[in-house]
Design a protein around this ligand. Structure first.
Ligand SMILES: *[C@@H]1O[C@H](CO)[C@@H](O)[C@H](O)[C@H]1NC(C)=O
Ligand SMILES: *[C@@H]1O[C@H](CO)[C@@H](O)[C@H](O)[C@H]1NC(C)=O
Ligand SMILES: *[C@@H]1O[C@H](CO)[C@@H](O)[C@H](O)[C@H]1NC(C)=O
Ligand SMILES: *[C@@H]1O[C@H](CO)[C@@H](O)[C@H](O)[C@H]1NC(C)=O
Ligand SMILES: *[C@@H]1O[C@H](CO)[C@@H](O)[C@H](O)[C@H]1NC(C)=O
Ligand SMILES: *[C@@H]1O[C@H](CO)[C@@H](O)[C@H](O)[C@H]1NC(C)=O
Ligand SMILES: *[C@@H]1O[C@H](CO)[C@@H](O)[C@H](O)[C@H]1NC(C)=O
Length: 663
């Protein structure tokens, strides 16, 4: 469309001219796109494929000129006064890189199309050192200057000026325009890649030159940017050439000068350019795209890489944080094996607020499993050795299958380097000792205590006799008995003492168990039997009935530091009930209390063979069998626990215990 119209219009204006001959007095033409415009081009000037007239491109240090091919009469033969003329053109000065200044361009009327080829950009392709300012030039130009040359008195690097025979402007103004509905001039940036319009009008009668600039979208402003009273008659010869001139920058940062449309009229008003018919400018800022590739893309790559690295680091950190030890043989225990990550989340990262307590084997944390929201207690046991671990895990898992209403269910385990985690069902009321010792906030009444005792006894019986293998608890004591929601006593920590046997705990020479609960033969030989559990159970019975720890350094003087001595003393004095927990007052069943205390002494017998079995203990507790008369049993000397001086091992242990500040 543009092409057709441009050609048609061109043809209309060209037809009257004979080639090479001067045009008539009212010559005029219009180009809306320059296809087949037959302009006279030199240097860098070229018409692009889509019809843009490009005066220069980014090739450095060259000039470009584009002239209307035919000379035009600016005067009649009879009169030396120059005619009026008017022209309008649409241009764009496109910087190579935005923000940089470049060279300018000019609309020019000259006596020759053969202007200087001297590529000195400050002369805009119009002059050179020798011709600049010479009266014989006969050159009129309107410069669109984007370079400030102090030598030529340029006002800035973005101005419009009227030049006569010299690049030193007769008058110039910063590039700006006064929109018709505004009162002041608005600045424009010539070298912005934006399309702009320029009008140059000479009134031959008034001898006035008006130059008007406007952005592409604006209507022609009524107020010109420059208005100079100047008689062009001596400057303009009778026939002149009209066209455009520019010089490219000597630096790599070139600019391209484009003309999109051009209309000229002698002795009249030029035909207005139809802006919609103009060819499109090449995509301005393709250098920006390459900047994207040179700067943006690597930056994006680096950012991406950083994200990737931090992602991998995060992943590895997580992996390390949640790392477990999982060996092939453990696959058989799949359901009993917990993910460390789940336990970590359950216990909120094993934080202090979730700590339930600290036992002989490690810290116990409360948690809620993320998978099924089940409340659990997680025991963290640090271990050292790998040998024995397999047997121990096998036993743990096997014990985990033990189900008894008075045992704390072991749900499973997890293994990490140097760390074993055991997952138990959570017991909402905590351990029994909190209800018995040291001015408890809440205490248990006798019935509750008796029920707990019977429960623990049946749990121990289950471990000793009713399970497929004999399980020795090794650490029966009040603090290992937990109370569930209904205050049922549940024995916890069973089997854990086997860690010592398997050599997985650091203090392998240490005898598992707690002071005051250790049977004398166990202290001597280190061999645990069901009878050593019964001995500890005896201590436990006394604890529950008396509300005291087996060894209490803070005990009143008349009540012996060693609980069993005190109970024994009371029994010998004939009033065993004197030992019953003061906190109960008179609120207890005398027969049951007496039974529990005497059974405690019996179980605590230093001679293992004289201790009852757990089955017998249960029969006594249920009242189906009467307790043997204590005085009939050989208590003298053999009742080591009662007589500290006769058993060096025990007394030694107690001494150690007392020296270690009563913990
Ligand atoms: C500039 O234009 C000239 C003439 O059309 C051409 O030979 C040259 O390759 C162009 N340079 C660039 C950088 O486009
Ligand atoms: C183009 O201009 C040249 C002179 O510059 C002339 O010789 C030629 O005939 C013109 N061609 C057309 C098609 O006008
Ligand atoms: C020359 O032309 C101008 C206007 O173009 C006119 O004012 C002037 O009188 C003319 N002079 C002569 C000698 O004809
Ligand atoms: C153009 O001008 C140069 C000197 O500036 C000259 O050497 C050359 O012959 C001229 N060319 C034409 C076609 O007039
Ligand atoms: C032009 O003249 C200036 C001084 O007037 C000089 O510095 C410069 O080198 C000259 N350039 C050329 C191309 O002769
Ligand atoms: C102006 O140019 C003419 C011819 O090119 C020359 O003879 C004259 O010396 C020049 N004048 C000046 C002041 O350079
Ligand atoms: C316009 O440009 C001139 C000179 O460059 C400057 O002094 C003036 O502050 C500018 N005005 C506005 C509105 O930016």
């Amino acid at each position: 469309m543009t092409l057709k119209l441009g050609t048609a219009v061109l043809a209309y204006f060209l037809l009257p001219f004979a080639a090479g001959a001067a045009a008539s007095d009212d010559a005029g033409f219009i180009f809306q796109g320059f296809q087949q415009s037959n302009l006279s081009l030199d240097g860098l000037a070229t018409v692009t494929n889509n019809g843009l007239l490009r005066i220069t491109n980014t090739t450095i240090s060259q000039t470009g000129h584009a002239f209307y091919p035919n000379p035009i009469n600016f005067k009649s033969t009879s009169n030396s006064s120059a005619f009026s003329f008017s022209t309008q053109f649409v241009f764009a000065i496109v910087p190579d890189l935005s923000g940089l200044t470049g060279t300018g361009m000019a609309f020019v009327i000259a006596p020759t199309r053969n202007l200087t080829k001297v590529p000195d950009s400050q002369f805009i392709g119009l002059f050179d050192n020798s011709t600049n300012g010479n009266q014989t030039n006969h050159v009129f130009a309107v410069e669109l200057d984007t370079y400030q040359n102090q030598d030529f008195g340029d006002i800035n690097d973005n101005h419009v000026g009227i030049d006569i025979n010299s690049v030193i402007s007769k008058v110039s103004m910063p590039a700006s325009y006064k929109a018709n509905n505004k009162n002041s001039f608005e600045n424009l940036t010539l070298i912005s890649g934006q399309q702009m319009q320029l009008w140059v009008e000479y009134d031959g009668m008034d001898r006035r030159i008006d130059v008007t600039l406007a952005p592409i979208a604006a209507a022609k402003p009524h107020t010109p940017l420059l208005s100079l009273r100047y008689d062009l008659s001596p400057i303009l010869k009778q026939t002149m050439y009209v066209g455009f001139s520019a010089a490219s920058s000597p630096l790599e940062i070139g600019t391209s000068h484009f003309i999109l449309g051009w209309s000229f009229k002698m002795n009249g008003v030029e035909q207005a350019i139809d802006l919609s018919q103009l060819p499109k400018l090449p995509r301005f800022g393709h250098k920006k795209v390459s900047k994207f590739f040179t700067v943006g893309l690597p930056l994006i790559c680096i950012t991406f890489l950083l994200i990737l690295i931090s992602g991998v680091a995060y992943y590895l950190r997580r992996k390390w944080k949640f790392a477990e030890v999982l060996e092939e043989w453990e696959l058989a225990y799949g359901p009993h094996r917990f993910k460390y990550k789940d336990l970590y989340i359950a216990t909120k990262g094993f934080r202090e607020q979730e700590l339930l307590g600290e036992g002989g084997f490690g810290r116990v944390y409360k948690g809620v499993l993320p998978t099924n929201m089940v409340e659990v207690a997680v025991k963290k046991v640090s271990h050292r050795a790998r040998q024995g671990m397999r047997a121990f895990i096998a036993e743990i898992v096997s014990i985990g299958r033990l189900r008894h209403r008075n045992l704390v269910p072991l749900l499973g385990y997890c293994r990490r380097k140097g760390e074993l985690l055991l997952v138990y069902e959570f017991m909402s009321n905590g351990s029994l000792d909190r209800f018995l010792f040291n001015q408890p906030k809440r205490t248990l009444n006798w019935n509750q205590r008796f029920r707990v005792i019977k429960g623990v006894a049946s749990a121990l019986l289950h471990l000793h006799e009713e399970w497929e293998q004999v399980v020795i608890h090794r650490d029966v004591k009040a603090s290992n008995v937990l109370l569930d929601g209904e205050l049922n006593g549940r024995l916890g920590d069973f089997g854990l003492a086997r860690l010592y046997d398997h050599g997985t705990l650091p203090q392998t020479t240490h005898v598992a168990g707690s002071f005051g609960y250790l049977a004398p033969e166990y202290s001597r030989t280190g061999r645990a039997t069901t009878k050593t559990d019964v001995y500890a159970f005896g201590a436990f019975l006394l604890e529950v009935a008396c509300g005291r720890r087996p060894i209490d350094p803070r005990a009143e003087p008349e009540e012996s530091i060693i609980l069993v001595d005190w109970v024994f003393l009371c029994w010998k004095e004939g009033d065993i009930l004197q030992a019953v927990d003061q906190k109960l007052g008179a609120e207890y069943v005398k027969e049951e209390a007496e039974l529990v205390l005497k059974l405690g002494l019996l179980c605590y017998h230093s001679e293992p063979n004289l201790r009852p079995s757990m089955r017998q203990v249960l029969l006594y507790l249920e009242g189906s069998v009467a307790l043997p008369d204590l005085s009939s049993l050989a208590m003298r000397g053999s009742t080591v626990g009662f007589d500290v001086s006769t058993d060096k091992c025990f007394s030694h242990s107690v001494a150690d215990y007392l020296l270690s500040d009563g913990r």
